[in-house]
Write a protein that binds this ligand. Structure first.
Ligand code: ADP
Ligand code: ZN
Ligand code: ZN
Length: 731
């Protein structure tokens, strides 16, 4: 037989099928070792056939099969084809997503322990017949093993003597056998499955999902409405039908709390896949899914590739979260992959969020997704009250610090009552919008309604989407004030200031600096949850799904930060963040309050977020997107070209742009925008970065293939080219 093999080398020149002869019983989806050039390398068998056009004297044979079973199933091979065409990936880059990375190159295997027992014939005989009376250690080992069913070889080596054990094995006195040992993440978790009686809203949601098949659902449920319980019931239903399930969470939300819940409910049927596990644990969890021992995969983005068959349900919690879009290679959209798997398995796809992305809610509105709503918190707990504080007024009253008088007094009350507070500092990437501290004016692009970014080298303000340039400001065009502000406040600064205000309170800080360590952020959350601190100061990281019953106050110090980020989703992200952060307050019996500080108190995002009016926000935002032709009314395509040579980068840029321009002219009604420019970050690691941005309003699937053809025809040499669809990061 002939095996069609993809070699495990990520290089465009070898991105094709190579034929090898193989034995009759080699299966599609296996990993194999093959001769390639003058080395042996790993490869994936993606097809088996009877004949080949390779002449027999040139045809080489597969050396060996690497695992005890195929690791890539039929469904994943289909998915590979879909992803290669949709995202223009190399086949090997898609395949590599499907297996734990450490498996490649044999860096990790099943942990096998060696055991020994006394061979039957020796067990019956007199010991002195085969062990010399002087070999005292051998006698001891033999006696120890004799009446035991099996003993760990390593243990014997430590307790007695490795040489003696080896000697007895060599002479056949001991029989050796191996057993796989499982590395269990979070094995300390005790199982105590608490099942609630569902509320009516929850029951309706469960009925809607379990009563259909092959559908997409958007579950819009306010924070604290009990979405997790709905997910678990739907998973239990899939399991009951003999099927499997995949449940995705943003990486940062996969806290021990969440995992404990799932372990408690589903026990050993759950496998956990996320970056916090050791390589060995991840491999074992993945194997358990592959061989059907575990039937529920819970994990971050990459768990969408869980090696499950017969999938009965796929859930994406916090579906609006930016981490579901991969913005480094290989680039893909988790939601699209999930939808592919759902259709392949004819099962339901359930997206859940308190603040769905505008695009998903739009799909719900036009009927692509079925909408399920849960508008109230469990036990009628009130949503926290959000109070907006105008920071321009603080400045006018002589307070130019970053804590308003209101927030200070609320903090004092909160501390006096023995409760806890969270202070949230909104900070995302680099940012240099320009804002007036007197009236809150922010410079925006006239065409895109996106904040402008100041570029120091050129001394201009620029729009990162259309590249329009504007003169820098000396005074505010609206109120003539010279108090123009740029930049952000750091978490460290705020923590220091709070320490001065509340010297006897303990303050914890959580941001990128304090969480370099793999488990650091879990430790901070644990410590805060155990009331070892009174105030937690942090960035986005603290916004997600943690339950702290004693938190009664949330302060949002610089809400505007993300609102004026140069991103068409700035308003959406801000609404989501405020809602998520506010959702941290008053989750238990104690009532919660949120103080939101802003220089633009009348902005619709704040008004609507304060009222908890998601639908109002959606309507407003959706109208804007329709007018400006941003998603969901278009798809943004960014073609990023990088090279160590600035000249090469520009010549590829020009060649691509010229051809795409022709394409755009031929399809005038399909392109809302097209332009070539330097990337906002012009150089990373000595590579120059330039880009083309297009917004396509019609016929996307056909045009993206044309664009791939164009970019393929011009790259090569030392330039790299990445095509991204609706990228979450435009820098
Ligand atoms: P969401 O994910 O929608 O923000 P959660 O799933 O975290 O909400 O649920 C909020 C809280 O309500 C949790 O503490 C959860 O244990 C509890 N809860 C969920 N369902 C019920 C129920 N039917 N009865 C009582 N408490 C519930
Ligand atoms: Zn002003
Ligand atoms: Zn613009």
């Amino acid at each position: 037989m002939i095996a069609e093999v993809i070699v495990d080398i990520s290089n465009s020149e070898v991105d094709r099928i190579f034929d090898y002869s193989c034995s009759e019983n080699l299966q599609k989806g296996s990993r194999v070792l093959i001769p390639f050039g003058n080395r042996k390398i790993e490869g994936y068998v993606i097809g088996i056939k009877e004949t080949t056009s390779v002449p027999s004297d040139k045809l080489k044979a597969v050396c060996e099969t690497l695992d005890d079973r195929p690791v890539i199933g039929e469904e994943m091979l289909e998915l590979m084809r879909f992803m290669c065409s949709r995202y223009h990936l190399r086949v090997v880059d898609a395949l590599r997503l499907f297996i734990p990375s450490q498996m490649r190159g044999g860096r990790i295997k099943e942990l096998k322990k060696r055991y020994v027992r006394v061979a039957d014939e020796f067990a019956k005989r007199e010991r002195n017949e085969f062990i010399r009376p002087t070999a005292k250690t051998q006698q001891e080992v033999f006696d120890y093993v004799l009446n035991r069913a099996e003993v760990d070889t390593a243990y014997l080596g430590r307790e007695f003597s490795a040489a003696a054990v080896r000697n007895l094995i060599e002479r056949g006195v001991f029989e050796v056998f191996e057993k796989a040992e499982r590395r269990t993440p979070y094995s300390e978790i005790v199982c105590s499955a608490q099942e609630y009686t569902l509320t009516e809203m929850q029951q309706n949601a469960v009925n809607a999902v379990c009563g259909s098949e092959n559908e997409n659902f958007l579950l819009h449920g306010v924070t604290g409405s009990g979405k997790t319980e709905v997910y678990m019931r739907c998973i239990a239903d899939a399991l009951k039908q003999g099927k499997t399930a995949i449940m995705l969470e943003p990486e940062i939300s996969l806290t021990p709390q969440v995992l404990r819940n799932f372990r408690a409910r589903f026990g050993d049927s759950v496998a956990i896949l996320h970056s916090g596990l050791s390589a060995g644990e991840r491999f074992d969890e993945w194997r358990r899914l592959l061989c059907g021992e575990a039937r529920v995969a819970v994990g971050a983005r990459s768990a969408i590739f869980a090696p499950l068959s017969n999938v009965g349900l796929i859930i994406i919690d916090e579906e609006h979260d930016g981490s579901y879009v991969s913005d480094s290679n290989p680039r893909y959209s988790t939601e699209e992959v999930a939808e592919f798997r759902a259709r392949y398995n004819k099962c339901n796809l359930l997206l859940g969020s308190a603040t769905p992305s505008v695009e998903s809610y739009y799909k719900a509105k036009i009927g692509e997704y079925k909408l399920i709503e849960m508008r109230e918190r469990i036990a009628n707990r009130p949503l926290p009250e959000i109070e907006i504080v105008n920071m321009c007024e603080e400045l006018r009253s002589g307070n130019n610090g970053f804590l308003s008088r209101r927030l200070k007094s609320e903090l004092s009350d909160c501390m006096d009552n023995g409760n806890q507070a969270i202070i949230f500092i909104n900070r995302r990437g680099y940012s240099s919008y320009v804002m007036c501290s007197s009236c809150g004016y922010v410079a925006k692009c006239e065409r895109c309604d996106v904040s402008l970014v100041y570029h120091r080298e050129e001394d201009v303000l620029k729009c990162h989407y259309c590249n329009n340039r504007y003169a820098p400001l000396d005074v505010c065009p609206k109120c003539r004030s010279p108090h123009l502000r740029q930049g952000y406040i750091g978490t460290q600064k705020v923590a220091e200031l709070l320490k001065k205000e509340f010297p006897d309170k303990k303050i914890l800080r959580m941001d990128n600096d304090t969480t370099q360590n793999k488990d650091a952020h879990l430790e901070i959350l644990r410590s805060f949850g155990a009331r070892e601190a009174d105030i937690l100061v942090g960035t986005q990281m603290i916004a997600k799904g943690h339950d702290f019953p004693d938190v009664t106050l949330v302060g949002i110090v610089d809400a505007d930060m993300s609102l004026h980020f140069a991103d068409y989703r700035a308003s959406e992200r801000t609404f989501q963040l405020i809602t998520q952060v506010a959702g941290r307050a008053g989750r238990d019996v104690k009532k919660g309050r949120v103080i939101l500080q802003t220089y633009t108190p009348n902005h619709y995002v704040y008004r609507l977020a304060a009222r908890g009016d998601y639908v109002g926000f959606y309507e407003k935002e959706n109208n804007l997107r329709e007018v400006t032709k941003y998603p969901p009314y278009s798809k943004i395509v960014r073609i990023l070209i990088t090279s160590e040579s600035e000249e090469d980068a520009f010549s590829v840029l020009k060649a691509d742009f010229d051809d795409i321009n022709v394409l755009a002219r031929e399809n005038g009604e399909c392109f809302a925008y097209l332009s070539a420019m330097k990337s906002p970050v012009k150089r990373i690691q000595d590579k120059y970065r330039v880009q083309i941005i297009a917004r396509i309003v019609k016929d996307f699937n056909r045009l993206i293939q044309k664009i791939y053809e164009i970019t393929d025809s011009h790259t090569g040499g030392r330039t790299l080219c990445f095509v991204e669809i609706n990228p979450s990061n435009m820098s």
